[in-house]
Design a protein around this ligand. Structure first.
Ligand code: SF4
Length: 371
């Protein structure tokens, strides 16, 4: 048994987390990472056999500290917290006990030793040579460059650190950018959101510890396990979209009945994120579940989108959450089954589109009648 293994068991015991709960957490993490449940024992083993804590330097620039709040948000000890404890956060301005030169010295030692992760929270301003964000007399650009010198990778959390977020909103007076625009010598993984969902940060850490590498990403550097599907395709209100049942006004009958929020400006059809599955606050709820449309906080430039205008639908995709109600006939070949599924998907999509146009026509007719 390694020292860390002993330490993990000790930490679990101290926090009142049973081994059963820990294994349940590993199974849940396999689910979040879109891995079969059979990967759970491998994840558990990786956590137990982690040779040492992975140091983390957590930098905050143009931010509101909301992602830090998300990181710290748990009100009771959970297995996820214990896993995040696997990270040794050597430098974090909001939570570290040290201050001033002592804190800077701790950061320097971590950077000199190498083999650490850098978490970036907040955008980085470039205007006026970076003067709009200075800490200890140094610009965010300088601090980021120094901190990433010997890093394994950068994990950018929240929309500000990934795509510029609120500081980059038009007219972007400070010329704010996300970390990936400046860091090119080490891999950058983006976990956008406003704030980041701590479940996805935990799953990224678990993936890193289990497989020794960061998860596969899309072209915006977002891990596919969390940003591989449209919110719209897994939304609990999707059935109402397909049935043409739309909320028309806040508090109307459709709103009270939980109908689709598309016409109230929901951006779910253009936003990639796993919110419907993992939710927030220990899985309690999420914006659409609470009655407000998605604002696409996982997408670039979301602050500049009109919040309450419906997005233009490029295509209506079939919902992905539930399997088809009717299985294809047994005699059909796999290729034929795929065709049936595709046609069924198109039909569902077309039904959604037709329902939407019908609703629009109904609104226009009602408007003309009122005029
Ligand atoms: S438009 Fe929004 S509320 Fe409606 S189904 Fe799509 S994601 Fe859900």
């Amino acid at each position: 048994m390694t020292n860390y293994q002993w330490e993990l068991e000790k930490v679990l015991t101290e926090r009142g987390i049973s081994r059963r709960d820990f294994l349940k957490f590993c199974t849940a993490m396999a689910g979040v990472l879109a891995l079969p449940g059979t990967f759970a024992p491998r994840i558990a083993r990786a956590m137990e056999e982690a040779p040492k804590r992975t140091p983390v330097v957590w930098l905050e620039f143009q931010d509101c500290a909301g992602c830090t709040e998300s990181f710290l948000r748990a009100s009771r000890p959970t297995a996820a917290e214990v896993i995040l404890d696997v990270l040794s956060v050597d430098y974090h301005e909001t939570i570290m006990a040290a201050a001033g030169h002592l804190a800077e010295e701790a950061k320097k030692q971590t950077i000199d030793a190498g083999g650490y992760l850098v978490v970036v929270e907040g955008a980085i301003p470039l205007n006026e040579n970076g003067l709009y964000c200075c800490i200890g007399g140094r610009t965010a650009v300088d601090i980021l460059e120094e901190a990433t010198a010997n890093a394994i990778a950068v994990i950018a959390v929240g929309n500000c650190a990934t795509f510029g977020g609120l500081p980059k909103a038009a007219p972007n007076p400070t010329k704010a950018v996300g970390a990936m625009e400046l860091v090119t010598h080490v891999p950058v993984l983006n976990l956008p959101g406003c704030p980041v969902n701590v479940v996805n940060l935990t799953a990224t850490v678990v993936h890193f510890l289990t497989f020794g590498e960061l998860p596969a990403t899309d072209k915006l550097h977002r891990p596919l396990f969390a940003y591989g599907s449209l919110i719209h395709d897994n939304c609990e209100r999707r059935g109402h979209f397909d049935a043409g049942e739309f909320v028309q006004q806040w508090g109307d009958e459709g709103h009270r009945k939980g109908w689709c929020l598309y016409e109230m400006g929901c951006k779910g059809p253009v936003a990639y994120h796993n919110c419907p599955a993992v939710r927030f606050n220990s899985g309690t709820s999420w914006p659409v579940g609470s009655g407000h449309g998605c604002i696409a906080c996982s997408e670039p430039d979301f602050w500049d989108r009109p919040k309450y205008e419906p997005v233009v639908l490029q295509e209506v995709t079939p919902p992905a959450t539930y399997p088809p109600v009717e299985a294809p006939p047994e005699t059909i070949s796999p290729a034929g089954a795929a065709t049936v599924a595709a046609v069924a998907g198109l039909a569902v999509g077309a039904a959604g589109g037709a329902a939407l146009s019908q609703s629009r026509r109904r609104d226009q007719a009602e408007q003309q009648a009122e005029d």
